[in-house]
Design a protein around this ligand. Structure first.
Ligand code: C5P
Length: 219
């Protein structure tokens, strides 16, 4: 069983996907973490992100592993645990740049699908319902007011120790979303058969309850 969840930044995808995976006892597949790990590698090696060939040339030299340890997910790049470094603003911005490179998307596709073959998963990202698991029996597309999304992302960043103004978070998020929506390969668009949920005025638990009702009808 695969539950696909897509949507822009700050819409609550990760929180809801993690809770839902816990309720269903499925694996939680955070596909953004894979794009972030590629971005981390590119930043670490000092490769120019605008140079698509140079970024593509890094991929065969990179071993990327996503390990599921109890409730937590550990991401390793060439055996180094980079999980704690993946959510910084620099990595977020770079992830949406490298994710527009077709070679990066092609490289990560089998990685994501092989995790899906391990069993039932709740997979979350931008192209899960359209490209990664197009035949997933249940698909959700989450949306929310841009102001609410910026506030959520801002609270998360401040809690993680990134001091900044909300305007900065809002501008960065808008830039990232516009890159994700306008790229040529696998842009952020809802799958035709996705259930749309506006999370602006709902708590994470309320979103999960809504989703459980829809999933229950399919099980
Ligand atoms: O979901 P998260 O914010 O961690 O994703 C980081 C970036 O990775 C996104 O802005 C997007 O550019 C990219 N991404 C993607 N396709 C996915 C998941 C993430 O392009 N399935």
């Amino acid at each position: 069983m695969i539950v696909a969840i897509d949507g822009p930044a700050g819409v609550g995808k990760s929180t809801v996907a993690r809770l839902l995976a816990g309720r269903l006892k499925y694996l939680y597949l955070d596909t953004g973490a894979l794009y972030r790990a590629v971005a981390w590698t590119v930043l670490q090696r000092g490769v120019d992100m605008a140079d698509q060939k140079a970024v593509a040339a890094l991929l065969p030299l990179t071993s990327l592993k996503m390990e599921f340890e109890n409730e937590t997910v550990v991401v390793r790049v060439n055996d180094k645990d980079v999980t704690g470094e993946l959510r910084s603003p620099a990595v977020s911005a770079s992830a949406s740049v490298v994710s527009a490179i077709p070679a990066v998307r092609a490289w990560l596709l089998p990685v994501q699908r092989s995790i899906g073959e391990r069993g039932s998963v709740v997979a979350e990202g931008r192209d899960i319902g359209t490209k990664v698991f197009p035949s997933a029996p249940v698909k959700f597309f989450l949306e929310a007011d841009p102001t609410v999304r910026a506030e959520r992302r801002h609270r998360e960043l401040v809690a993680a120790g990134h001091a900044r103004e909300i305007e900065q978070t809002s501008t960065e998020m808008a830039g990232r979303d516009s890159r994700d929506r306008s790229r040529a390969v696998a842009p952020l668009v809802p799958a035709e058969d996705a259930h749309h949920i506006d999370t602006s005025r709902l708590s994470a638990a309320e979103v999960v309850d809504l989703m459980m009702g829809i999933i229950a009808a399919k099980l």
